[in-house]
Ligand binder design. Structure first.
Ligand code: SGN
Ligand code: CA
Length: 513
């Protein structure tokens, strides 16, 4: 076994060394922010069309079961870079973590092997990028209009325009001036579709004639789920009329919003010309209760999907650039979001939970000559797997301490077995009041352990209850499967060396039956 492993590594290295540099594929990783699979037509969206994103899937593979290890922005990006769980890379939550840039990343490995590497756009890891040939990032969450960028010389400059367009412009400028004798790995980090969902002026009103269907569990009562009952992320209560939905009674209040006051006069005029009549119409309607909540839901989706329209258009520009410059055939393109998002399911927006809508993320890959166009993959893959996959694409040895697995073997051999169990751990105990939790998902079941804010277990039979509204933990008839899942959870915690989870399992819960 050891011998075979060594042989494999040697062959891998030989490939990396023998190939002329320009033959190694270019890699383009596009990471959006909070883009729900429910809002992508390749996933059968009932809400909108995303032709450019769909093109990646049509010409490559659509991962139907792609998941994240910790459903929130900074942590997900840290996992993508390092191929390691949050407890190993140190970036556990957005509120207290700073990315330790001295640690190894797939980018550092690629740069070392001769790739030109760049990250452009949203980064959100608190410290500046390390190991890249080039970077230009948004500070923190970034702004939708006339965004500031931080450059490699620490300078901050404001760039005119709408964020998705500007990020694409900067990415194309970098591609224009790169050294064409060497392969590149470019990460485009988009801000859309993050809160507060400010559409480009050209997309205002795009969905005005559409009435979106309410998810069937929109009026969830959170029965049997104490953690879900104490969250603060509902469209009804948490979503704000002014800040989120741009309904300002007076201009002075609107002017106080930094994201609006930074617009130039032309942008502001279009923005106001669109939202003022919406506000006036709302006044006339005098809504309350469920009618008001449903009005908020419609507005939320209109704004969110309008930001997604610009995102998709700019991804289309990226693909066109590759076509025009003869790069399509030798560039691997991956599209993914940093996590999933709620489009009203359980009455929510935001993410964080191990429930499907936020745990699962859109992911697709075009790999000409290797992945057959129109492939649909049903294996469990994770954001954890991006780093080793990209390294394998580049013919670079995968460091032994990366915890993800390359998913190329799953695409090259249909019979290859992927993981049977996925492990998840969410830590942030702050904004939106989602209790920390960890757990596993198998093909049929999900077992979750909540701790800190809420203490307790949840168990779902996803076959019978895909919407996860019936917590079966502790119920008669579920003893045997609970025992099996507990063992699998303990094994995962051990495999990934998650000491925090091990301590909690050791303290209590484990012997639930
Ligand atoms: C901000 C948002 C939250 C969101 C987090 C995390 N509030 O704090 O609604 O959950 O980001 O998002 S806001 O008032 O600033 O919009 S993440 O994508 O960065 O993880
Ligand atoms: Ca995010």
């Amino acid at each position: 076994m050891k011998f075979l492993q060594r042989l494999f590594v040697c062959v891998g290295l030989a490939i990396a060394i023998d190939l002329p540099a320009q033959q190694r594929p270019n890699i383009l990783l596009i990471v959006s922010d909070d883009h729900a699979y429910q809002a992508i037509s390749a996933y059968g969206s009932r809400l909108t069309q995303t032709p450019a994103i769909d093109r990646i899937a049509k010409e490559g593979v659509l991962f139907k079961k792609a998941y994240v290890t910790n459903s929130i922005c900074g942590p997900s990006r840290a996992v993508i870079l390092t191929g390691k769980y949050s407890h190993k890379n140190g970036f556990k939550d957005n509120e207290n973590s700073r990315f330790d840039g001295s640690q190894n990343t797939f980018i550092k490995e690629l740069t070392k092997s001769g790739y030109q590497t760049a990250w452009i756009g949203k980064w959100h890891l608190e410290t500046v990028p390390q190991g890249f040939t080039y970077w230009q990032i948004l500070p923190g969450q970034g702004q939708y209009y006339n965004p500031d960028f931080i450059g490699m010389d620490s300078s901050r400059k404001r760039m005119d325009g709408y964020v998705s367009n500007v990020i694409e412009d900067v990415a194309e400028q970098w591609l224009d001036q790169r050294d064409t004798s060497r392969p590149f790995c470019l990460v485009i980090g988009h801000k859309a579709t993050h809160r507060t969902w400010m559409p480009d002026t050209t997309d205002l009103g795009r969905f005005d004639n559409v009435t979106f269907p309410l998810p069937h569990n929109f009026y969830d009562n959170y029965e049997s789920r104490p953690a879900a009952a104490v969250q603060d992320m509902t469209i009804a209560k948490t979503m704000r009329m002014d800040y989120d939905l741009k309904m300002f009674a007076i201009e002075a209040a609107e002017n106080k919003e930094g994201s609006i006051s930074r617009m130039n006069a032309a942008q502001r005029a279009k923005f106001d010309a669109y939202y003022k009549p919406v506000y006036e119409d709302l006044q006339r309607r005098n809504l309350s209760g469920n009618a008001l909540t449903e009005w908020k839901y419609q507005r939320y989706l209109r704004d969110y999907l309008s930001t997604a329209a610009s995102l998709d258009r700019n991804i289309g520009r990226t693909l066109d650039y590759l076509d025009k410059h003869g790069l399509t055939g030798n560039t691997v393109v991956i599209y993914m979001s940093d996590q999933g998002f709620y489009m009203g399911e359980h009455g929510w927006f935001d993410k964080r939970w191990m429930y499907e809508e936020s745990f699962r993320t859109p992911m697709m890959m075009r790999y000409p000559g290797v992945v057959k166009p129109g492939t649909v993959n049903e294996n469990f893959v994770m954001n954890l797997d991006i780093a080793p996959t990209v390294l394998q694409v580049a013919g670079v040895a995968i460091p032994h301490d990366m915890q993800g697995k390359s998913f190329l073997p799953l695409l090259k051999n249909r019979k290859a077995k992927g993981r049977e169990v996925m492990y998840y751990h969410y830590y942030e105990n702050g904004e939106h009041s989602v209790s920390p939790h960890f757990g596993i998902r198998t093909a049929r079941y999900k077992l979750i352990r909540f701790y800190t804010r809420v203490n307790g277990w949840e168990l779902y039979d996803l076959q019978k209850d895909p919407a996860e509204t019936h917590n079966r933990f502790g119920q008669k008839g579920y003893e045997k499967i609970t025992g099996v899942l507990m063992k699998q959870l303990t094994a995962q915690v051990k495999e990934y060396e998650d000491q925090d989870a091990a301590a909690i399992l050791g303290q209590s819960g484990k012997k639930a039956f």
